[in-house]
Design a binder for this molecule. Structure first.
Ligand code: GDP
Length: 255
């Protein structure tokens, strides 16, 4: 198992919901929009949670596993969309109460230096200036640990986390590690997590899935007030979302 999703985090969080509620909510994810540049992103009036990570860290697999949808984040990998910020709406009955932002993976060796620099800049601008940004999920392959690019990102994030931005490091592909290796990398990563949370995750073994979903739900629902969530521009009714058993997530990821 992983750390408790209710471990102390800056700012107060509501109690963790039942895992079924959190997973049902995640399953409502639907494509909202894609943008190559920050200023093309629509303003969002609900909590926005960004997924970032080095290319190949397991970000797409993690998003697909959390949302129990085989293709959602792999759509981001279609030619022409790999360097885009892709937004997904979340919320029951077609009413958006949060947005997931899938940021392009960084550090991909085959990308030209100028493209890398351009994207690092877009990412930094996004992290520093995006209004409504509520939380960041940094995906990291624990066999590589935090790379230089991850560390650079942490430095950018540190002041924002101190101001209350939620932050979680998800250590992916946990199935590749023994229990004792997992415990060791968890404690090392916690030391470098800029005050955020750290959880182990395996799409293959479904480890940590409920816990991450529960924490994201808490981030997106800081206070269960009666106010209706604001609508997101351009958000249609979206596919039906209910509590029925979702499709089985992919379970044959290998790397
Ligand atoms: P991204 O570039 O960060 O979006 O990474 P992907 O989601 O495409 O994953 C990169 C590779 O890691 C793929 O071959 C996945 O099948 C593999 N992978 C992702 N998650 C897991 C996991 O939990 N366990 C294992 N064993 N492999 C995984």
């Amino acid at each position: 198992m992983t750390t408790s999703p209710t471990a102390p985090v800056a700012g107060s969080l509501p109690p963790a919901p039942d895992a079924k509620i959190a997973m049902g909510w995640m399953h409502t994810a639907r494509f909202l929009t894609t943008a190559a540049q920050l200023h093309h992103l629509p303003p969002i009036h609900v909590p926005e949670i960004a997924f970032v990570g080095r290319s190949n860290a397991g970000k797409s697999t993690c998003i697909n596993t959390l949302t129990q949808q085989k293709q959602l984040a792999f759509a981001s990998k279609r030619p022409g969309r790999t360097q885009h910020i892709n937004l997904f709406s979340l919320g029951k009955h077609g009413v958006t109460d949060a947005v997931l932002a899938d940021l392009p993976g960084y550090g991909y060796a085959k990308v030209s230096r100028s493209d890398k620099l351009r994207w690092q800049q877009v990412m930094v601008n996004y992290l520093v200036s995006r209004p409504g940004l509520t939380g960041i999920v940094l995906l990291c392959d624990p066999r590589l640990g935090l790379t230089d690019l991850d560390e650079a990102l942490l430095e950018v994030l540190r002041p924002r986390v101190e101001e209350g931005l939620k932050f979680l490091i998800v250590l992916t592909k946990a199935d590749k590690l023994t229990r004792s290796e997992q415990a060791k990398i968890l404690s090392i990563t916690r030391l470098n997590a800029a005050g955020g949370d750290v959880m182990m995750f395996s799409a293959l073994k479904k480890q940590g899935v409920d816990e991450v979903a529960q924490l994201l739900w808490q981030w997106a629902h800081p206070a269960q007030v009666a106010d209706a969530p604001a609508a997101v521009p351009g958000d249609g009714p979206g596919p039906a979302s209910d509590d029925s058993t979702p499709d089985a997530p992919e379970d044959s990821q290998q790397n």
